[in-house]
Design a binder for this molecule. Structure first.
Ligand code: SAM
Length: 430
């Protein structure tokens, strides 16, 4: 048996619980066990990536006789390994026919995940079930209803061990058991080990806690409207970011929150009531029909725009639909078209000083491309402000100021996949 067939057979054995990779490699009778073991381990390490690439390239649909484990090994060698070596027979030339498509799908995956190296596609330590399942449970303390210290004390009384404020991502990565921390960056964010379920917790039920991923707390934090200000939340439901804005504003001032989806708006009403938000006016409206010249919005200096997007960065999606291909070109085009229209519309509000644009997408088309086009259309009226310069992952360098944007993903920031850009009005020289 050749190297690739042997590796495929070991992988199939591991999947059907016949033994460990090491045991099956030694039992295979293959001459060069070291070489075989290395190939099996590397293919396993990239397993989720290979599944995604093979699925989106439609390889198994096109080559019905190609068995999935052999496909995985061969695609590993072709795209990520040292190129084809011994064995593989007729499949090698067949795979070469699919090479361009497979390479393109790998490149798209990297763009979606906001990484440039193959290595960054796998989680640290790297094997299944993947980085998405390692994202900690982040909990924002709703300061409209309680103090962070009181929430910390409550959990301590419940037997959780409090580890203090994290000094960096490593503290979050090693969090385990009935322990929790305060996030190193966001003052009101508690961090629990991944999979901690707090949906039935009395503090959550009473609106004292909001279960919100760290990345999704960045838009309101970066918009930072002071108490008393007038703010538009353009695409607001179900309202987590609106309630965060209200907390930062201490319920003083006004948030005009729009959403065109009546059902989502209804659950937003419940969420805001539970969170004690009283400074928000909800309206079932298409944001594109909200007139910037309407008198009611003449004092709006802050806008949060978190429009509908492909959701390609959502952790729940990555866990529930692992191998799901990227959104189609047509869908991305339609989404990006709306996102750009909404962004340019928002930039037309006369008193606007700062706007935060965010998505839970990893696709360049919905992120850097939209931001770049809006900057061009604003013809110098707005510039990008550096969004949390210390944040480790930056916008893809597709235009000169893109590094001012930030990106997030499970692998590099231990959060869901996210994108944020901060627009500020250029000061007009007097
Ligand atoms: N910011 C929200 C939060 O943090 O809870 C999430 C917003 S979600 C990503 C996008 C929302 O935009 C959806 O609720 C959708 O109904 C709304 N939306 C889409 N197109 C819209 C439009 N033209 N006008 C107003 N809302 C719109």
């Amino acid at each position: 048996m050749g190297l690739y067939a042997a590796a495929a057979s070991v992988l199939a054995g591991v999947d059907s619980r016949q033994g460990s990779a090491k045991g099956l490699v030694y039992a295979s009778g293959f001459q060069n066990v070291k070489q075989l073991y290395a190939l099996v381990c590397e293919t396993q390490r990239y397993s989720a990536v290979l599944d995604a690439v093979i699925a989106s390239a439609g390889l198994l649909r096109a080559e019905k006789k190609l068995r999935p484990h052999l496909a995985k090994v061969l695609v590993y060698e072709l795209l990520l390994g040292k190129g084809f070596r011994g064995g593989g027979g007729r499949w090698k030339s067949l795979l070469r026919r699919h090479q361009a498509r497979l390479k393109a799908e790998l490149a798209r995956l990297k763009v979606r995940r906001g990484v440039s190296r193959n290595e960054d596609l796998v989680a640290a330590g790297g094997s299944q079930p993947g980085a998405a399942s390692q994202v900690p449970r982040f909990v924002r303390v709703n300061t409209l209803k309680t103090h962070t210290e009181d929430a910390v004390d409550y959990f301590k009384r419940q037997g959780f061990s409090y580890q203090g404020r994290a000094s960096g991502l490593d503290d979050l990565r090693t969090l385990q058991g009935k322990c929790f921390l305060l996030d190193s960056l966001l003052p009101e964010l508690l961090v629990f080990p991944a999979h901690t379920d707090l949906h039935q917790h009395p503090l959550y039920q009473a609106g004292h806690l909001i279960l919100q991923d760290k990345a999704s707390c960045l838009p309101a934090t970066l918009l930072a409207p002071p108490p008393g200000s007038h703010v538009i939340d353009a695409c607001a439901a179900p309202g987590n970011k609106t309630s965060h804005l209200a907390a930062l504003m201490k319920n003083q001032g006004k948030i005009f929150a729009f959403d065109h989806d009546a059902k989502r708006l209804a659950s937003m009403g419940t969420l805001l009531a539970r969170a004690g938000v009283s400074c928000c006016e909800l309206a079932e409206k298409d944001f594109l029909t909200v007139s910037p010249s309407d008198e009611r919005y003449q004092k709006v200096q802050y806008i949060l725009l978190d429009p509908s997007c492909s959701g390609s960065g959502m952790v729940t999606r990555q866990l529930e639909q692992p191998g799901e291909g990227p959104p189609s070109k047509e869908r991305l085009q339609a989404l990006a078209g709306f996102q750009l229209r909404a962004l340019c519309h928002a930039l037309a509000f006369p008193a606007l000083q700062r706007l935060v644009y965010s998505t839970c997408s990893l696709c360049q088309e919905e992120n850097e491309d939209v931001v770049q086009a809006a900057l061009e259309q604003s013809a110098g009226a707005f510039r990008l402000a550096p969004a949390l310069p210390a944040w480790p992952q930056r916008g893809l360098s597709t235009f000169p100021e893109a590094h001012h944007c930030l990106r997030a993903c499970p692998e590099s920031t231990l959060t869901g996949g996210f994108f944020v850009a901060v627009f500020e009005r250029e000061e007009v020289p007097r």
